[in-house]
Design a protein around this ligand. Structure first.
Ligand SMILES: [Zn+2]
Length: 381
């Protein structure tokens, strides 16, 4: 059974009209689904209380974030990453982030209590939030809160992060934890925020060899990306056999994303979602919780998350599925850009890459080196 979680209250996590992490992306996605004739029924979550966040964040950080969000001055906001260009302080943002955490947590509970097999949280994915600081547009780590709830209920959890940026916050919070495997596929930190996510970050102590990172070359295309996901995720999951998989479904690896340099198309995303579901069915009893994440080409992100919804509902997506005119006209007016006529990208929609072969070989080598480094320690499962 496929459940959807959403509330309009997520929009309270609004970092300003000019900020790329905009709640409009969720609204666009929901309206596109409706325009395509989908009747989207969702469960609305409650916000978590600040003290529930102490499981994954330090108490002083949460108190600082709540205080600035209520308009109070605090002496050491910078120490907590609050009030930066990436994480500006806006009124009510902490409450918005607690709604988002409540949504992802509700998804975890649905899996724990066998109320759903697959869950789509139409928000969240704040994977850069650290134990004691905000970072990369993320205030509270909803993913970590959900994963913690599952492990405290005896589950082993695999976390797969397909956002183009390294899932550093989630990795950090579970770095020593043997109940959580994290696998992040991202553009190499040599060129992109947050700069971490090398193959040598493998975890510590009991968590050793359970944290896997696949840093991909800039301008990696879909074929090479999918090959890496298949090889690494299949190898890792077949040894770890989690009870559930949590997926951060960032849409910023799309070729049109303004903040990164990978070259996935919407067709690649459809293949990727189908592959992840197959892996979940084979190695995690089908239990999967998907969240959203980054994605700063609004027209690409809304189409990619629409595709995620359609794939999860078991639908075939026609190659030339047209986007209804009313949606295009409305959002074109709001965003001031032309919007595509079709749900899927058109052929040759980005410029061919001359170093394709070299990039593919480099990525293959990265995967081989990672698996050489990590498999020895993973075989004890
Ligand atoms: Zn991202």
């Amino acid at each position: 059974m496929f459940e959807i979680i959403f509330t309009g209250k997520y929009a309270k996590y609004n970092l300003g009209a000019e900020h790329p992490f905009s709640p409009l992306r969720m609204k666009m996605t929901l309206e596109l689904l409706e325009a395509l004739g989908e009747k989207v029924e969702f469960t609305e979550p409650q916000p978590v209380e600040p003290d529930e966040l102490f499981k994954i964040h330090s108490q002083d950080y949460v108190e600082a974030a709540e205080a600035v969000s209520d308009g109070k001055e605090i002496p050491n906001a910078e120490k907590y990453g609050l009030g930066t260009a990436d994480n500006p302080v806006t009124e009510g943002m902490a409450e918005g982030a607690r709604y988002i955490c409540g949504g992802t947590l509700l998804g975890a509970k649905m899996l724990i209590e066998n109320k759903a097999e697959k869950v789509l949280q139409l928000g969240g994915g704040l994977h850069h939030a650290h134990y004691s600081s905000a970072a990369g547009f993320c205030l509270y780590n909803d993913l970590a809160l959900a994963i913690k709830e599952m492990t405290q209920n005896g589950m082993y959890v695999a976390y797969i992060d397909i956002d183009v940026h390294h899932g550093d916050g989630v990795q950090e919070i579970f770095y020593n934890d043997d109940k959580v495997m994290t696998i992040s596929f991202h553009e190499t930190g040599e060129y992109l925020f947050p700069g971490t996510g090398s193959i040598f970050e493998l975890g510590n102590g009991a968590g050793k060899n359970l944290k896997l990172n696949v840093p991909l070359e800039p301008f990696t295309e879909g074929e090479s990306y999918l090959e890496a996901v298949k090889k690494v995720a299949q190898t890792a999951l077949s040894q770890f056999h989690p009870d559930a998989i949590v997926i951060q479904s960032g849409a910023d690896a799309h070729f049109s994303d303004p903040l990164a340099d990978l070259l996935l198309t919407t067709q690649d995303y459809e293949k990727l979602f189908r592959l992840l579901i197959e892996l979940g069915n084979n190695f995690a009893k089908g239990k999967m919780l998907f969240t959203l994440g980054g994605g700063y080409s609004f027209e690409a992100a809304s189409r990619i998350w629409t595709i995620l919804y359609l794939v999860l509902s078991g639908k075939k997506i026609p190659k030339n599925l047209e986007i209804p005119e009313n949606w295009r006209r409305r959002w074109s007016g709001i965003l001031g850009v032309e919007l595509p006529e079709f749900l899927h990208d058109r052929p040759n929609s980005y410029k061919a890459i001359p170093r394709k072969k070299e990039i593919e070989a480099h990525n293959r080598d990265t995967v081989r080196r990672l698996l050489d480094l990590s498999t020895a320690g993973m075989f004890y499962f």
